[in-house]
Design a protein around this ligand. Structure first.
Ligand code: NAD
Length: 366
């Protein structure tokens, strides 16, 4: 049954990690290592069933393959999930036990933070394995990726504005930003610095207030964000917000934000294309965080990271060109671009050599 699923999804390896004493139940999924070691965060979540955890890790790890490939990184796609409540079930032993499993994969999988996991948890993982990114700056790590994700999103946005309007001046347009968390707050700051009109919403009232007071955004209700007359809709909170119920309400001609899995279904992506709405594919837009942590592998350098963010502009431009040339929706163009790169680069490699373990440089303190 599992093999049938793996045959469909194309995964290379799924590892069930169990340590009774530490209370660890985790799954690591390595989707594809053709371009390099599989890098992807670890999510801690109280999944209702083990099947839910498996489904999530399979979906997320596959997404990482596409994100890395379309972003021009020498990385494959992987992800891990730990079954547990991040509010109650965390312990040093749990994360060290998990770190040992990561280490046992010899660098085929490199982990990082994801939902429910923070840099302190990663400290424990880092005690057991070097195959972890997003470690604290004191160890030569890259710290919080959110500002980079926001800056990368700005690059994607400029590419979208350029393609749609032949004018990438961010300040000339208005924006509906849904979610002002770690990424969203940085993003609205960048927009406002460029003089743009910005509407914001968030269920966290304090965050909304900060966006209003510090950055001069206009607050609207959670549901009203779909109705504001913005030129660009930026989902920066949850996935699936572009769906049957919202598509008629969103008047923006560009959709560009940092949230993962923005389209509820592929059919919604097809419909956006029909309606002439330019959708900037989420995984290409929000790759800044991944690019940033990837630089930890050969010695983190902030300037290099900022330069790398700029490639998002060119990647998006290429996706829009492919979409126009082949008359396909942008989400399909992004998938094609990722698949073509995996195929082309994969042909250059001798399969029996396998994945070379990354050599982390410039980190200390384990
Ligand atoms: P976060 O948890 O800091 O922020 C999310 C914000 O969305 C919170 O303030 C939350 O209150 C708000 N929110 C939740 N539900 C909402 C709703 N229904 N309406 C309005 N607001 C709502 O998360 P983040 O790190 O800022 O990430 C935001 C999105 O970007 C996520 O989808 C994440 O997967 C994606 N992303 C983040 C990074 C990164 O570097 N942090 C990288 C790639 C993708």
């Amino acid at each position: 049954m599992l093999f049938e699923t793996l045959a469909k999804t194309g995964h290379e390896e799924v590892v069930y990690c169990h340590n009774k004493d530490a209370g660890l139940k985790a799954i690591i999924a390595i989707h594809n290592t053709v371009l390099g070691p599989a890098l992807g965060g670890t999510r801690m979540w109280p999944y209702a069933t083990e099947q839910d955890a498996l489904n999530d890790v399979l979906r997320l790890s596959r997404g990482m393959t596409y994100k890395a490939a379309v972003s021009g990184l020498n990385l494959g796609g992987g992800k891990a999930v730990i079954i547990g409540d991040p509010g109650q079930d965390k312990s040093e032993a749990l994360f060290r036990a998990f770190g040992r499993f990561v280490n046992s994969l010899g660098g085929r999988y490199i982990t990082a933070e994801d939902v429910g996991i923070d840099v302190n948890d990663m400290e424990h993982v880092f005690r057991e394995t070097e195959f972890v990114t997003g470690v604290h700056q004191v160890h030569g790590g890259s710290g919080d990726p959110s500002p980079f994700t926001a800056y990368g999103t700005l690059q994607g946005l400029m590419a979208a504005l350029q393609f749609k309007h032949d004018n990438e001046d961010v300040g000339n347009y208005s924006y509906a930003v849904q979610g002002v968390g770690h990424v969203g707050m940085e993003f609205v700051k960048l927009l406002r610095e460029r003089g743009a009109k910005v509407w914001v919403t968030d269920m966290n009232k304090a965050a909304v207030q900060r966006a209003v007071d510090e950055y001069g955004c206009e607050a609207v209700g959670l549901d009203e964000i779909y109705d504001v007359p913005a030129d660009v809709y930026s989902p920066t909170a949850l996935g699936g917000t572009i769906n049957e119920n919202t598509i008629d309400r969103i008047k923006a001609k560009i959709i560009c934000g940092a949230a993962n899995n923005q389209l509820a279904t592929d059919a919604i992506g097809d419909e956006l294309q029909k309606r002439g709405v330019l959708y900037a594919p989420d995984y290409a837009v929000n790759a800044g965080g991944l690019m940033n942590v990837s630089l930890e592998i050969d010695g983190y350098n902030r300037e290099r990271a900022m330069r790398m963010m700029r490639t998002i502009y060119y990647n998006l431009g290429r996706i829009f060109e492919i979409s126009a040339r082949d008359n396909i929706p942008t989400y399909k163009a992004a998938d094609h671009m990722a698949e073509e790169r995996i195929e082309a680069i994969g042909k250059l490699r001798l399969p029996h050599l396998g994945v070379q373990a990354p050599r982390f440089q410039g980190r200390s303190g384990r």
